[in-house]
Design a protein around this ligand. Structure first.
Ligand code: NAP
Length: 307
């Protein structure tokens, strides 16, 4: 079996930046991606904080990153990684039926949206409950929507949803948003946006499709039904590191421990982007992580493998 110089797990901004730096260092580089190229970019409508690009859609930026790296020879495989063997000098990555060998590995598997874990959430998923405004927003033309969460994703995607919906109400468990100020200012100025403070959603109800939610006012300790056509949930992200449980040290959430070179405890194994501890989880910082990991992977390979 052919051994790659560098195998990268994950085709989001981190993995694609590592792929670009790897191929430009003339490393034989492969990215393994289980879903859609771009990672979180694929489900983000507007990117307007990536330096040098004033505004671009997430899917477009993801495609540009892929095209850029492929121009320099990046290889892609669309597979789901099941396990890894990191202790030997040649790292092994296993998928359902396939195995990949590499001199160095960059883990950039990113993160996935959290669920609220409330009654009705799973039952109405795809029937009014959504985690992706870009994918589902257009189905809610002239409808009344709620968005749960108070971070960047809730406020930014909520604002995006006002392009379709008649009204978007942000339901937040505190009386102050966590989102970046410029996103807050835009949301507060939007006449289609409304806010329910100190409130949580306790249940999603309906008959085939979402019809209402049970909202709890935390200050008054009062639960009431609110009619609504759709519920978009943005309550944070969790790292996609389940397949590494017990293999690599991580914090209680599953973010992997790394040093400033993105090195894990295994020589030649790097972790970068949302998957690592203390990540700021921005496209710009993820790209920086990916570049850093690939640069030190290239140094590692040069020092440990001589032709
Ligand atoms: P986040 O920043 O972790 O915010 C999650 C929000 O959900 C918080 O407001 C939190 O409330 C609330 N929440 C968490 N668990 C909840 C629960 N069980 N019930 C009700 N509310 C709950 O997550 P995010 O907005 O998905 O963003 C993730 C990362 O991506 C962040 O680093 C963010 O900066 C980045 N991001 C950036 C952009 C951008 O720059 N434009 C866009 C999207 C995402 P509390 O505030 O009370 O904790």
């Amino acid at each position: 079996m052919e051994t790659y110089d560098l195998v990268i797990l994950g085709g989001g901004p981190t993995g694609l930046a590592a792929g670009l730096y790897g191929t430009r260092s003339r490393l034989k580089t492969l990215v393994l991606e289980r879903g859609t190229i771009g990672g979180q970019l694929a489900v983000t409508e507007d990117i307007e904080n990536y330096p040098g690009i004033e505004a671009i859609t997430g899917p477009e930026l993801g495609q540009k990153m892929l095209d850029h790296a492929e121009k320099f020879g990046l290889e892609m495989e669309y597979v789901d990684v099941e396990s890894v063997d990191l202790e030997s000098e040649i790292k092994v990555v296993r998928t359902d039926g396939k195995e990949f060998h590499a001199k160095a590995l960059v883990i950039a598997t990113g993160s996935t949206h959290n669920k609220l874990e409330i009654p009705g959430e799973d039952e109405f998923s795809g029937r009014g409950v959504s985690y992706c405004a870009v994918c589902d927003g257009a189905f809610f033309r002239d409808r009344d929507l709620i968005v749960v969460g108070g971070g960047d994703a809730a406020v930014e995607e909520g604002t995006y949803l006002t392009r379709f919906a008649s009204k978007v109400t942000i339901v937040h468990r505190r009386d102050e948003l966590r989102a970046t100020k410029v996103l807050q200012e835009r949301a507060f100025a939007n006449p289609k946006m409304d806010f329910l403070w100190d409130s949580t959603v306790e249940e999603v109800k309906g008959n085939g499709l979402v019809a209402s939610v049970a909202v709890k006012n935390l200050k008054e300790d009062r639960v009431y039904d609110r009619p609504v056509d759709g519920v978009f949930i943005y309550v944070g992200l969790s790292p996609n590191s389940q397949f590494l449980e017990g293999v690599l040290p991580a914090d209680e959430m599953g973010h992997l421990h790394v040093n400033l070179k993105m090195e894990t405890k295994f020589p030649g194994v790097f972790a970068a982007g949302d998957i690592r501890e203390q990540s700021s989880r921005q496209v710009a910082s993820s790209v920086g992580d990916g570049a850093t990991a690939a640069i030190f992977a290239e140094k590692y390979i040069a020092e440990h493998f001589t032709e």
